[in-house]
Design a binder for this molecule. Sequence first.
Ligand SMILES: Cc1cc2nc3c(=O)[nH]c(=O)nc-3n(C[C@H](O)[C@H](O)[C@H](O)COP(=O)(O)OP(=O)(O)OC[C@H]3O[C@@H](n4cnc5c(N)ncnc54)[C@H](O)[C@@H]3O)c2cc1C
Length: 461
Amino acid sequence: MKTYDLIVIGTGPGGYHAAIRGAQLGLRVLAVEAAEVGGVCLNVGCIPTKALLHAAETLHHLKVAEGFGVKAKPEVDLDRLGGWRESVVKRLTGGVAGLLKGNKVELVRGFARLTGPKEVEVNGERYGAKSLILATGSEPAPLPGFPFGEEVWDSTRALRVEEGLPKRLLVIGGGAVGLEFGQIYRRLGSEVTLIEYMPEILPAGEGETAALLRKALEKEGLRVRTGTKATGYERRADGLHVRLQPAQGGEEETLVVDRILVAVGRRPRTQGLGLEALGIALDERGFVRVNGRMETSVPGVYAIGDVAGPPLLAHKAMKEGIVAAENAAGKNAFFDYQIPSVVYTSPEWAGVGLTEEAAKRAGYKVKVGRFPLSASGRALTLGGAEGLIKVVGDEESDLLLGVFIVGPQAGELIAEATLALEMGATVADLALTVHAHPTLSEGLMEAAEALHKQAVHILNR
Ligand SMILES: Cc1cc2nc3c(=O)[nH]c(=O)nc-3n(C[C@H](O)[C@H](O)[C@H](O)COP(=O)(O)OP(=O)(O)OC[C@H]3O[C@@H](n4cnc5c(N)ncnc54)[C@H](O)[C@@H]3O)c2cc1C
């Protein structure tokens, strides 16, 4: 049996970070991958969706640009768009494979099964190690009444725009994945209806910025229906007749569409791994239970990323991979980080830390500062002034508690807020930091000033 210091199962963001950090720390590492190197994020998640969103935004900008005199008659070649999307994916997955190799991580292709706490079987071969890291990720969760197939798509199928755009698309789920695809298809020309079970899109719970994003999407013709559920559908000559109902039940109505995208969440990929035999504990939703060191209930076996529970985000998986690998190398690392989240629609949405509501529940005396992007010079020069930057702070200590942004580049701006939270910054620290003018990031400083009723570019009320 070949033996290693560390075996990592899965080479998504979590797995390849764990494998590379393990190797950097001098461990002999084996990585096992059943499908494509790079996992969901690189192959069928973050990267291809962002590529499509960028293309859709470029198209949209050309329309906005007419307002300042740039005229064009854009057309989209869907084959080329699909080809470009795949070329971006290939370049990045090739990069990860190169990084694994360059770090002397051995890579075995095949489905790994645990045959002991220190042993794995792949393609009939056995491999042993002192530590194991489970990084097997997640897969689209099905919705009762909507089995995946030709008519009912998962997010992976929805990426393949080159196979044709449905005239009418129903997106079920108002989380990041549903919203991003909803906007992609809308901007490429489909009629899109998006339904969300909860009273507002984006279950992250920041109602004010979520409502602004929703409004912006509706302005583009995306129909958003919240507090609504889909209970089933049938195929008829004129399309798919989907039954919709208020979330709490009540009168049914029918919506006729050509395709349905189910984006209601993801479930952990643990099947066939052999976790039960080892006694590795799962939580009630099937995610692998871990402690702050990313260790499972079996010592020496770690779990990271989507399989270890929400939030199901790539950057969370990456940092957890680092923590697990450091612990496998004998260090004592702990996962205790602020995790920002971003929706890459335009306008983008981003948030980190506590919402106003969550901060109140946690017992803070909450104060909020807001800066609308309609007052931002930079936003105006970019041709759009939609958006809001919202800063949540503690009135007593002035500690910064959370930041929520809807607007262009929100995903880039949130990094500063995340650093501020990690550094224990006060709202005054944000306000005292000189931000370049004119930039969108100034809005963060102004929102902090607004919390103290001293913003300059808006009236403080
Ligand atoms: C459409 C979409 C868009 C997304 N966009 C974003 C985004 O913009 N930003 C963001 O942060 N997150 C995004 N995500 C989420 C992100 O993709 C995941 O959080 C991330 O990929 C999780 O990484 P992971 O390493 O835990 O697992 P995964 O990326 O799921 O990788 C797991 C890997 O393990 C392999 N594997 C599983 N079981 C075995 C086995 N037994 N043996 C061998 N190999 C195995 C799989 O083949 C897979 O390659 C998106 C997801 C989707 C679906």
